[in-house]
Design a protein around this ligand. Structure first.
Ligand code: UQ1
Length: 441
């Protein structure tokens, strides 16, 4: 009873948590979830309610939870930064035990996770939902330039407000927007902010003095042809230059110059190109966290090696993974994590309870709301496994639409706090049955 009381308090008060994680709380749990992001909370909220108090622990070092899908809107000046975050203590389910530390090591053969302070936490089942690490150091000169010198990034809560601040300061020159060669979360975000910047420059009457350029290391603007066609047309109509196979390798903040390596097989391949800028929005390269990459649960690329249907680990049947840290071959988004969470919870709970129910299978669903201006948005929804669109609504979502903007900017942020983090939002599949009844999926 006392332990239960302490657990309730630990979920609410940071000062209790440190005490609990080292001294009073049990260091062994039915389920340990690594990560208190969107995926980790969607899973741990449901599991902790189903399995009861103190059976589920969430290892999460950050005291603040950010709703990252809102960051593009903040960078574009369409939402306030204050709307994007809440204390972790408020978003972790009261039935779950929050361990306010970083994971340092996973040992799947002894079923333990070692924390940053050396404490070991034992589990019967492990869910890895750690996300992906931003690698600002992966680009020469970026760490010293970012946050000043006109360099910003919507990917970090430290720099997202700088985007809007610096965009407002632009009077003339080049505004550059980059996309790296590594896997990234929300692969649409690098170009969305280019469209919002274009609109801001037009509103200020300086668009003819600013050249807007999108520089991507990839060979196309978007992975799925239907939406790639739409975005190429959006970029063309806004007079935004699209530079394919251009990988940002160096930033000279003092001189305000960005250097790109040309990839691909074209005539310039292997060369470097240096472009002066007034404003530079960087999407940092991203990489799996070292504690995953160095463990036995990762694949060669460093992601948690799971079955793409069941989300169960390929070698350790008591381990599952969800979201950006997983090996799932689909786009890394909150919408994807929502769809994955229902499959993961169903399969894991059946395993824990020993039922012989057939496994649920994830179909690769993901969604990327590509905001293209105020009240304009292309709502890409597709399976990363087949490339087929899976649109929720009856109209063609590759067309810019005010309705899509409203859903993304005003409805989904509320769904995120009130439902996704509580484990009750599993994506729009049910809505699709009514709103787009002729869709095949
Ligand atoms: C979604 O389910 C989701 O999870 C909460 C998001 O994260 C904020 C999204 O951005 C999107 C687009 C979806 C998909 C939902 C619909 C209605 C298309």
């Amino acid at each position: 009873m006392l332990a239960a009381k302490i657990a309730t308090r630990t979920a609410r008060h940071r000062s209790w948590v440190r005490l609990a994680s080292t001294a009073t709380a049990p260091s062994s749990y039915k389920v340990v979830v690594i990560g208190g992001g969107a995926g980790g909370l969607a899973v741990s909220s449901t599991l902790s309610k189903q399995l009861g108090k103190n059976e589920v622990a969430v290892i999460e070092p950050s005291e603040t939870h950010y709703q990252q899908p809102l960051f593009t809107f903040v960078g574009g000046g369409l939402k306030r930064f204050e709307e994007t975050y809440r204390p972790t203590s408020d978003v972790i389910a009261p039935e779950a035990q929050w361990i306010n530390q970083a994971a340092a090591q996973i040992d799947p053969d002894s079923n333990t996770v070692t924390l940053a302070d050396g404490t070991k936490v034992a589990y019967e089942y492990l869910v890895v939902a750690a996300g992906i690490e931003l690698d600002f150091a992966g680009i020469k000169g970026l760490e010293s330039a970012i946050g000043k010198n006109g360099v910003a990034s919507n990917y970090s809560p430290r720099y997202v407000q700088k985007t809007f601040e610096f965009l407002q300061g632009v009077k003339e020159g080049n505004a550059l927007f980059t996309m790296p060669a590594t896997p990234v979360k929300c692969a649409g975000a690098p170009q969305k902010i280019a469209y919002l910047a274009d609109e801001l420059f037009r509103e200020k009457g300086i668009r003819d003095k600013v050249a807007v350029g999108y520089y991507t290391a990839l060979g196309k603007i978007f992975a799925i042809e239907k939406y790639a066609n739409a975005m190429n047309e959006v970029a063309r109509s806004r007079d935004i230059g699209v530079n394919l196979f251009h990988d940002l390798v160096e930033v000279d903040g003092a001189a305000k110059k960005a250097t790109f390596k040309v990839l691909g097989a074209g005539p310039q391949a292997g060369e470097t190109v240096t472009v002066p800028y007034e404003f530079l929005h960087v999407t940092p390269p991203m990489k799996p966290f070292d504690f995953i990459k160095s463990s036995a649960i990762s694949n060669a690329a460093g992601f948690v090696d799971i079955d793409k249907g069941t989300l169960q680990h390929t070698k350790y049947p008591n381990i599952y993974s969800i979201g950006d840290c997983s090996s799932l071959p689909t786009s890394k988004t909150a919408a994807a994590a929502a769809a994955q969470s229902s499959v993961l919870k169903y399969n894991l709970l059946n395993q824990i309870r020993g039922t012989n129910a057939p496994a649920a299978e994830y179909n690769g669903y993901t969604s990327c709301p590509l905001v293209t201006g105020k009240n304009k948005l292309v709502l890409a929804e597709f399976s990363g496994y087949t490339g087929a669109p899976h649109e929720t609504f009856f109209f063609d979502q590759a067309k810019e639409h005010a309705f899509s903007y409203w859903v993304t900017a005003d409805v989904l942020p509320a769904v995120y706090w009130s439902s996704m983090l509580k484990g009750t939002w599993h994506g729009p599949a049910t809505i699709r049955k009514f709103a787009n009844p002729t869709a095949k999926n």
